[in-house]
Design a protein around this ligand. Structure first.
Ligand code: ATP
Ligand code: SF4
Ligand code: MG
Length: 341
């Protein structure tokens, strides 16, 4: 990233309102086959009450970045090798394990795609929700049960007083995801990271769960990082977008700007590959080729082997995040051309 851009970003975001600021984050996995460079200098920020959508193909480092923020990276083999994760003014990477654990749960929480494997199968839903209050707030068992019912009501699980006694497998996928949302909300955190929260659900249920999440987020004025493949969802709920490719941010922009005119060929390809209602029957565009092997990221711009606009410079010179607008950046040497300027 260019220092000019960083300076501009910092000038724009004085302490007030910034909840999370991820700076030049690097994560690698040291495996028997070699070092997989999963995250290679990610910069993004989230303000109070703001929704940041993180997009990118499978393997681009979306979840690993989230795990590093939450402090739940699978380590070893994963290591944060560089960068800062400034949350409410403190660099989380400098905190000890105990302090980190306190932040997790109370101040930030995560919602995963697969509720069934994230919930404990041998405890009732009420016990698991209640545990949030007994562990973090020293609440009595009885009071925590009442809180569990209240939370289930809040995420609109019908007959909460009855269902609180049931086990996760007795819930439908959509209802289970509501339980996950309830768990994440329990302590009213300031930041929620939702990693593909609706991917495993039917389309109609997806919309309901997403609406619920967006509504609760507004009510509680939480920051939300929404990791998703679904560009359709993003347009409705996000304030801004960060597009990731091979462990880097290749474009960040306010949602409406990116839809109007992407400033990076990869974003352009992603947008062209969304099915559109007004173009039924047309063949869907797909970005040619595959994302790079993270053990051997191509020199220059990592996207160059797949980019229709690539030229010689792209194969040798890594593009920094060029400032495209006041709150917009693109890691393409030819962003002006891409924007159509
Ligand atoms: N536990 C692990 N051990 C080794 N390598 C890992 C591990 N977890 C992730 N990686 C590496 O990090 C890369 C990025 O993974 P990540 O889960 O962040 O992708 P993602 O963008 O979330 O993709 P998806 O859309 O499929 O969820 C993977 O391709 C893999 O090379
Ligand atoms: S820098 Fe070159 S290869 Fe990379 S996205 Fe831009 S035009 Fe394509
Ligand atoms: Mg993922």
């Amino acid at each position: 990233m260019s220092t000019e851009y960083l300076a501009a970003e910092q000038a724009r975001t004085p302490d007030s309102g910034v909840l999370l600021d991820v700076r030049d984050l690097h994560v690698e996995f040291r495996t028997r086959d070699g070092v997989a460079k999963a995250v290679n200098g990610v910069n993004y920020s989230v303000a109070e009450g703001e929704t940041l959508a993180v997009l990118g193909e499978s393997g681009s480092g979306k979840s690993v970045t989230a795990q590093a923020i939450m402090g739940i990276l699978d380590s070893p083999p994963g290591f944060v090798t560089k960068g800062e994760i400034v949350f409410q003014g403190r660099d989380l990477l400098k905190l000890g394990a105990e302090e980190r654990r306190k932040v997790r749960g109370a101040k930030m929480a995560m919602i995963f795609q697969d509720a069934l494997s994230s919930l404990n199968p041998v405890l009732t839903v009420g016990e698991q929700l209640g545990e949030m209050f007994t562990t973090h707030q020293g609440m009595s068992k009885k009071d925590s049960r009442a809180k569990a019912v209240e939370l289930m009501d809040r995420v609109r699980i019908p007959a909460a007083a009855e269902r609180v006694k049931q086990y996760p497998h007795q819930f439908s996928g959509g209802m289970r995801q509501r339980v996950m949302i309830a768990m994440a909300m329990a302590l009213e955190p300031d930041l929620i990271i939702a990693d593909e929260p609706t991917t495993a659900l039917d389309v109609t249920v997806q919309a309901q769960v997403m609406d619920l999440l967006a509504e609760l987020q507004r009510e509680l004025n939480m920051g939300l990082i929404l990791i998703t493949h679904d560009l359709g969802v993003v347009a409705d709920v996000a304030d801004k977008i960060a597009v990731m490719y091979a462990g880097r941010i290749v474009e960040t922009a306010p949602v409406h700007e990116i839809y109007k005119a992407p400033a990076h060929p990869y974003t352009k390809g992603l947008l062209q590959s969304i099915p559109r209602l007004d173009q039924k029957g047309q063949e869907l565009y797909a970005i040619k080729g595959l994302p790079p092997n993270l053990l051997r990221i191509p020199p220059g711009c990592a996207f160059n082997p797949r980019c229709p606009q690539a030229r010689d410079r792209c194969r040798t010179e890594v593009p920094p995040l060029y400032e495209v607008g006041p709150v917009r950046a693109s890691a393409c040497h030819y962003w002006k051309e891409t924007l159509g300027e």
